[in-house]
Write a protein of this length. Structure first.
Lengths: 269, 236
């Protein structure tokens, strides 16, 4: 295994590309310059910190510390899902649904992979657990965000049609069924698309990373296939559980449509 | 809403010992002061009042579409004892703007055979079942929404401006259909801004003002509504 280490000077050179983007933003008046720079700085700081945390974590191999990091990741994913909603539930519901579905999606899938396929020693070895969970969470989070946003904004937009069905004596699950299906579909389609395009249209990130780090392509591919399955499974579990709970919260025991439980109109980030 | 709660009482019962088909007692919800009334079978209650006074809020609460408190009974059975979907099949709300969830009109009808005579009564051909919803005119939508609701054979109809988008001929047909339903024993609560229509159909008239339900006569006395006195000789 051979890999070429990078120095900070190399990174500074690459950062010039952000400068190009900023210049484009000014020329075309995209008003993105500020956001671009903030995002780039955030990215650098976050990743450097994560590098430090991971170094410490990997050398400790403590189950308790690993669990703490897992919970922090899940909480952040839940927060990110909330931030991506146009019309979230009032109170802690969206956050709860987000974090809960991330927990189900990420943790089940990762634990299964660690205990049956990858089997590191100990099974919770953070060097395997954390990157795996990160990849599953990242993708499941996007799926849940899209699915949830679809469902909640459809409930608002399609209020007249949902209530028309309720008024004709349909139960709430019947009245919302098609919108819920559409929400689940929209949450899963990016994952399906990325599976069908993998290797042809793009080389998946983890595989590329392993190859750059000197792993044989044949081995890197096997890992990537495993990860793709984990991501698909995790996203499916996450999107379905999030939409089931959200659909419940959209109604009450009298089969009403409770859009009053949503926060009204908010600019999507 | 700071106005005292009027007990509008049993206006619509045809006789004193009649228990009433549809009873509403102390119904409250945000935007609505405590509302009470009772309707016997075959009685049409017409509700008037300015836009935004809470007429639609009342109808929606009666259909249990929004959270509300109070005692509502149908044929002596409390609403709480009836599952919500069944309640809404028996006490059908027809909103001012109907929602359509499928592409084709016919998909919104459970029993086409039962609905065919209703279409005819509303001057619509049977072929309307195959029409795409996207091509419907306002008036067609309104009549089809009325037809699909009446097709459920409800005991109470809650109508929110059911003929606002119809031409005079279609209004006449719709009113004839509503009279037929009344004759069958259906009770109707109808919101309308058409004063002539109110006179033609109303057995009882109530007036909504800032969420407070009052007898139309009281409102007339306050000068808020005119010619409520002729309510008695409607429906020749």
């Amino acid at each position: 295994m051979t890999y070429i280490p990078l120095g900070y000077g190399d990174l500074a050179l690459a950062a010039l590309l952000i400068g190009v983007n900023a210049a484009l933003s000014i020329v075309y008046r995209l008003a993105l310059g500020r956001r671009l720079v903030i995002a780039a700085v955030r990215m650098v700081v976050q990743l450097l910190l994560v590098g430090l945390v991971l170094e410490a974590l990997f050398s400790a191999t403590s189950p308790l510390l690993t669990l703490c990091i897992v919970l922090v990741m899940v909480a952040f994913a839940g927060h990110e899902i909330t931030a991506r909603q146009t019309r979230p539930f009032a109170g802690w519901w969206t956050r709860g649904i987000g974090a809960g579905s991330m927990m189900i999606a990420g943790i089940t899938v990762t634990v299964i992979a660690l205990t049956t396929q990858i089997r590191p020693e100990p099974w919770y070895d953070p060097r395997y657990a954390i990157p795996l969970l990160g990849m599953v969470l990242g993708n499941a989070m996007s799926g849940v965000s899209v699915g949830l946003d679809r469902l909640l904004s459809a409930a608002t937009r399609e209020r007249a049609t949902i209530e028309a069905r309720l008024c004709l004596g349909q139960s709430f699950p019947e009245a919302i069924s098609e919108l819920r299906r559409a929400a689940v579909r929209s949450g899963l389609i990016p994952t399906i698309n990325s599976m069908s395009a993998a290797g042809v249209v793009f080389l998946p990130g983890m595989m590329t990373g392993q190859i750059l780090a000197g792993v044989e392509p044949a081995q890197a591919v096997k890992y990537q296939i495993l990860i793709m399955f984990l991501i698909a499974g995790g996203t499916g579990l996450g999107v379905v559980s999030a939409t089931v709970v959200a659909a419940r919260r959209l109604t009450d025991d009298r089969h009403r449509l409770r859009v009053d439980r949503l926060i009204s109109g908010r600019e999507s980030g | 809403m700071e106005a005292p709660t009027p007990n509008v009482g049993e206006y619509a019962s045809t006789s004193d010992d009649d228990d009433g088909l549809f009873r509403v007692r102390a119904l409250v919800r945000p935007g609505l002061a405590s509302a009470s009334f009772a309707l016997a079978r075959g009685v049409c209650l017409v509700l008037t009042g300015a836009s935004g006074s809470g007429k639609t809020l009342l109808l929606r609460a009666l259909a249990d579409l929004d959270p509300n408190d109070g005692i509502v009974t149908l044929g002596g059975t409390s609403r709480a004892a009836i599952a919500a979907p069944e309640w809404r099949r028996r006490v059908v709300y027809v909103g001012a703007e109907a929602g359509w969830w499928a592409a084709c009109v016919g998909d919104h009808f459970i029993d086409r055979a039962a609905a065919t005579p209703l279409l005819a009564a509303l001057l619509l051909p049977e072929a309307a079942f195959d029409w795409p919803v996207s091509r419907l005119s306002t008036g067609e939508r309104q009549r089809l929404a009325l037809a699909r609701s009446i097709a459920l054979a409800p005991e109470v109809l809650l109508l929110d401006e059911p003929t606002s988008g119809l031409d005079p001929e279609a209004v006449h047909a719709a009113e004839a259909l509503l009279r037929r339903e009344l004759a069958r024993g259906v009770a109707i609560v109808m919101v309308t801004h058409d004063r002539a229509q109110a006179e033609r159909l109303a057995d009882v008239r109530l007036f909504m003002d800032h969420g407070v339900l009052a007898a139309a006569e009281e409102a007339a006395a306050e000068g808020a509504a005119a010619d409520a006195s002729s309510a008695a000789d409607r429906r020749a």
